[in-house]
Ligand binder design. Structure first.
Ligand SMILES: [Zn+2]
Ligand SMILES: [Zn+2]
Length: 341
């Protein structure tokens, strides 16, 4: 089979590898669609823990090709998506329902071969039936699961006013999710006009795009209402923007730092402001048992992702896809790799 392998940082090759075989309680999946995520880019650039060589890809869907001994929920031909984080279910964190912090954590596409390949093996417990959901949409089960976990943590209530910084694919998933949770006013800040337009189409109450919104990456005072929002969510991972979230949250409000910032850098927050406003400042790491929810929301179209897919490329154009995302051009949203092309 063909697989895209990162040999070492910044060096990829299309490898011809032997057909993988599913072990006990594992399934073999023919990969149909595999999303390029920021994490794949970090692995490519050598900014992530893990060993090389590695086949990246943890946001994918496909068809069961073969099942190993002991598999009970699946048969060949089933259409599935995968939860890539594999927990042991038997460590201190797993036994406290914090599977996302499993002490023996493994992840498909990070520590095990991933979905940027024609075939991949996954444990049965990580696999979810997607029925007739298009494969391209099935590739969003994983990122949507992460969003659902983050939004669960914020405990958004009916009629909340929410501000979201960033309208990339994740910002748009967050926008749709908070609306489902009952937020009545969702204000989105996004500098890219095409993305801002999409946010408006996806139900943002207001979308702030004017070029003056950001000055050297920093939000200007006037852009969002100080203390105006019940929940403020950062979906950029840009530290100077993340640092402004506490200003926009109301007294007793909540801040969710969802975007992934670069490692090793500090963020400056006014400690007294957090105290005086009684803020809840949250982060979110991967997901915990959110895959069934994600599949159901995509199948029912309560969460709509077709407008988030901008490119569908063959395996050989993975690096091109990465460049498109890194350059952040106007029309780039989610880039999917279709390994069977
Ligand atoms: Zn991802
Ligand atoms: Zn564990």
């Amino acid at each position: 089979m063909k697989a895209l392998r990162i040999e070492r940082p910044n060096q990829v090759k299309i490898a011809d590898l032997p057909f993988p075989h599913p072990g006990e309680n594992e399934v073999l999946i023919q990969v149909m669609a595999s999303g390029i995520c920021g994490t794949d880019i970090h692995i490519l650039r050598g900014e992530y823990l893990g060993d090389y060589p590695v086949i990246p890809g943890h946001e994918f869907s496909g068809v069961i090709e073969q099942v190993g001994n002991g598999v009970t929920r699946f048969h060949a031909g089933d259409r599935v998506a995968v939860e890539p984080n594999i927990a042991c279910d038997n460590c201190y964190n797993c036994l406290h329902n914090r599977h996302n912090f499993c002490l023996k954590w493994q992840a498909i596409g990070v520590t095990r071969p991933g979905g940027m390949a024609q075939y991949v093996v996954a444990p049965e417990k990580s696999v979810f039936d997607i029925g007739d959901l298009p494969f391209e949409h099935g590739a969003f089960v994983e990122p949507l699961s992460c969003v659902l976990h983050g939004i669960e943590r914020t405990q958004i209530r009916l009629a909340d006013r929410v501000a979201i910084l960033g309208a990339g694919p994740i910002g748009i998933l967050i926008l749709q999710t908070v609306r489902l949770q009952g937020a009545v006013q969702v204000t989105v800040v996004e500098k890219n006009p095409a993305r801002a337009e999409l946010a408006t189409a996806c139900g943002a109450h207001r979308c702030l795009t004017h070029p003056d919104a950001l000055e050297e990456g920093v939000l200007k005072e006037s852009v969002l209402k100080q203390g105006g929002y019940d929940v403020v969510i950062d979906a950029t991972g840009v530290i100077p923007l993340m640092a402004r979230t506490i200003d926009f949250a109301r007294h007793g409000g909540t801040v969710l730092l969802f975007g992934v910032p670069p490692a090793g850098q500090r963020m400056e927050l006014e400690a007294f402001e957090i105290f005086r406003k009684g803020l809840t400042v949250l982060s979110s790491f991967t997901s915990v048992r959110n895959s069934y929810q994600a599949v159901a929301l995509l199948q029912s179209k309560r969460i709509e992702v077709s407008s988030l897919i901008s490119h569908q490329l063959p395996l050989t154009e993975f690096e091109k896809g990465v460049r498109l995302i890194e350059e952040g051009l106007e029309d780039v949203k989610k880039v999917l790799i279709l390994p069977q092309l």
